[in-house]
Design a binder for this molecule. Structure first.
Ligand code: NAD
Ligand code: UFG
Length: 336
């Protein structure tokens, strides 16, 4: 299939393009390189032996999208492109609503005009909010967002569900990711955000590289086994493979489906830090700090529906494999 991959140069998108190419699909990447760089294209080519079509452009540009749909016979869209930094979204709400919500609306309008009605969408466990109890299940009510980033994901899910009601021939898959981590086992692709990282694993990497002085463990007084926050860390290769399964399913399923992509198990900050120290042989300077505003104690998925309906489950997401792959990426790609 010819797949338009928005945000395909980014962390999850690039890993998904590798799996698409290896499965015989043809990804066509649209990315404005806001949070990625051109080297990713060479790295995808080195891994797969194939260079995907890449267009540098913005999802908010209707002309660019119309050109892509006119030039390629696009069978489906995987829509990763978004701004994703929670704290930044509080400072810059307009930029987040514009990129994420306006961007999705323009994409949908272009799809509709081109007669392309199959979409896989990057949603997030953030939509469960703080009201629901773990493990989070797809049929729980959506919670309340504590930041504009989370609000954009809730709004986009809603827009896509409304689209499916209004257009019964549309096929939409909402994938709720838990905490994506890890790197490609080749060491050629991984998470390398532009600017100051927000998430635990990229921060661990910066501390290991000596680019940040210490890791602040934000909260050790949660009601969890060791007092630190518990998350469902999912290897990015597992996540990428989940998109291929979702794609296979969605092309034959009109309507809008929702699936959690996680492991079903929680890991604490301390457990992840210890696994990283073991994989790297580095002791990370760290200390406990107050809780981050808006954080919840625990987040992990019920993954029954993805197993049952998509035939997908995480296979590479042990803390050991995740940390070994991240460490290989840091060392092999001279990111240290
Ligand atoms: P990323 O920042 O690495 O990748 C996003 C890509 O989209 C980047 O290459 C960026 O340059 C591009 N982009 C951003 N705005 C664009 C625009 N207007 N037009 C064209 N390209 C644009 O992020 P990621 O971690 O790969 O996340 C991918 C998707 O998954 C996002 O929608 C994100 O919200 C969602 N998600 C991520 C996480 C996570 O922790 N990484 C968790 C849940 C959901
Ligand atoms: N943490 C630290 N120190 C840090 C950063 C994080 O101890 O410097 C802790 C957090 O308190 C949390 C855990 O590490 O317990 C994970 O934090 P992340 O920021 O890596 O991930 P979150 O679960 O907070 O957020 C992620 C995505 C969001 C998404 C959310 C819910 O970044 O986009 O999952 O799916 F909304």
């Amino acid at each position: 299939m010819n797949i338009l991959v928005t945000g395909g140069m980014g962390y999850i998108g690039s890993h998904t393009c590798v799996e698409l190419l290896q499965a015989g699909h043809t990804p066509i990447i649209l990315d404005n390189l806001y949070n990625s760089n051109l080297a990713v294209l060479d790295n995808i080519a080195e891994i797969t032996g194939k260079t995907p079509v890449f267009v540098q452009g913005d999802i908010r540009c209707r002309e660019t999208l119309d050109g892509l749909f006119a030039q390629h016979k696009i069978d489906a869209v995987i829509h990763f492109a978004a701004l994703k930094a929670v704290a930044e979204s509080v400072q810059k709400p307009l930029e987040y609503y514009d990129c994420n919500v306006t961007g999705t609306l323009v994409l949908l309008q272009a799809m509709q005009a081109a007669g392309c009605n199959t979409l896989v969408f990057s949603s997030s466990a953030t939509v469960y909010g703080s009201e629901n109890q773990v493990p989070f299940c797809e049929d729980m009510p959506v919670g309340t967002a504590t930041n504009p980033y989370g609000s954009t994901k809730i709004m986009m899910e809603r827009i896509l569900q409304d689209m499916a009601v209004a257009n019964p021939d549309w096929k939409i898959s909402l994938l709720r990711y838990f905490n994506p981590v890890g790197a490609h086992p080749s060491g050629k692709l991984g998470e390398d955000p532009n600017g100051i990282p927000n998430n635990l694993m990229p921060i661990i990497c910066r501390v290991a590289q000596g680019k940040m002085e210490e890791l602040l463990i934000t909260g050790n007084d949660y009601d969890t086994p060791d007092g630190t926050g518990v998350r469902d860390y999912i290897h990015v290769v597992d996540l990428a493979l989940g998109h291929l399964k979702a794609l296979d399913k969605v092309v034959q399923t009109p309507g809008c489906s929702i699936h959690n992509l996680g492991t079903g198990k929680g890991l604490s900050v301390l457990e992840l830090v210890q696994a990283f120290e073991k994989a790297s042989g580095i002791t990370l300077p760290r200390r406990f700090a107050p809780r981050r505003p808006g954080d919840i104690a625990e987040s992990y998925a019920n993954v029954d529906r993805a197993a049952r309906e998509l035939g997908w489950q995480a296979k590479h997401s042990s803390a050991e494999e995740i940390c070994q792959d991240v460490w290989r990426f840091l060392t092999k790609s001279n990111k240290r």
